[in-house]
Design a binder for this molecule. Structure first.
Ligand code: 0O2
Length: 215
């Protein structure tokens, strides 16, 4: 078997896992919407890591190729976007409640309470996911990244700059990216504050309407 074919064979269950997990998270969002309820999931997307990125990360982390599937947790990646920071923790609880059913939560990394030095924020959950293949069940690792739209905006641009500068972003830009991460956090806080005020105003309005109806 040639090398490309070997890689493609290895990645088949990861492709399947990403497709299945996307369906599951989109279903949660759709169910909220069908019930006319606010969904903590704005949208979900997924990807299988590119072969070149897998090789680069394996070299950087000194992961032997035969240990790849046990040690590289983000070959299959799902990204779940939320409107507000509170929604992230609601989604985290939904995922924890599912653990032991269609997947198992292995561990969690809260880069929101503990942002990375770069300024990166997101909530990561590593799961073990059973994929039904023609050859039987194969358990793979997958990384769920849960973040707000603002966190995603920042991470997407920082990621492409890292790619452009081949991970050697000039110091001045690193500093400005850190400041932008702080600005994104402020934006998230302000949006959550606005949302809370709107909800409170709505509740007060409903209470008043009920009182008038009772008179
Ligand atoms: P891609 O293209 O998304 O696949 P490491 O990858 O060694 O830094 P580790 O411990 O394997 O870290 O996992 P961690 O910290 O949970 O990060 C894995 C993924 O989180 C990354 O995958 C990114 O998607 C995202 N991430 C982590 N730190 C940063 C950051 O500083 N900036 C941005 N934009 N994203 C980050 P990959 O493999 O980097 O890339």
């Amino acid at each position: 078997m040639n090398v490309i074919k070997e890689w493609k064979t290895l990645l088949i269950p990861y492709e399947q896992a990403v497709e299945e997990l996307k369906v599951k998270f989109k279903a949660i969002r759709n169910q909220y919407r069908e019930l006319n309820e606010y969904s903590p999931i704005e949208f979900a997307m997924g990807r299988v890591k590119k072969i070149s990125s897998i090789i680069e990360k394996a070299e950087r982390r000194s992961i032997p190729m035969e240990q790849l599937e046990e040690q590289m947790e983000d070959i299959a990646g799902i990204r779940i976007m939320c409107q507000f920071v509170d929604d992230i923790y609601e989604v985290v609880n939904l995922i924890r409640e599912r653990s032991g059913k269609d997947f198992t939560v292995l561990y969690e990394k809260d880069y929101i309470k503990n942002p990375k030095d770069s300024g990166y924020k997101s909530y990561h959950i590593i799961i073990k996911y059973p994929v039904q293949t023609a050859l039987g069940t194969k358990e793979i690792l997958a990384e769920l990244q849960i973040r707000t739209l603002a966190m995603n905006f920042w991470a997407t641009i920082e990621h492409s700059l890292n790619y452009k500068y081949k991970s050697h972003i000039p110091d001045g830009i690193i500093e400005r990216l850190k400041n932008s991460a702080i600005a994104a956090t402020r934006l998230d806080e302000e949006m959550m504050e606005i949302s809370r005020e709107v909800v409170n105003a709505q509740l007060m309005f409903e209470e008043k309407s009920n009182t008038i109806r009772d008179i």
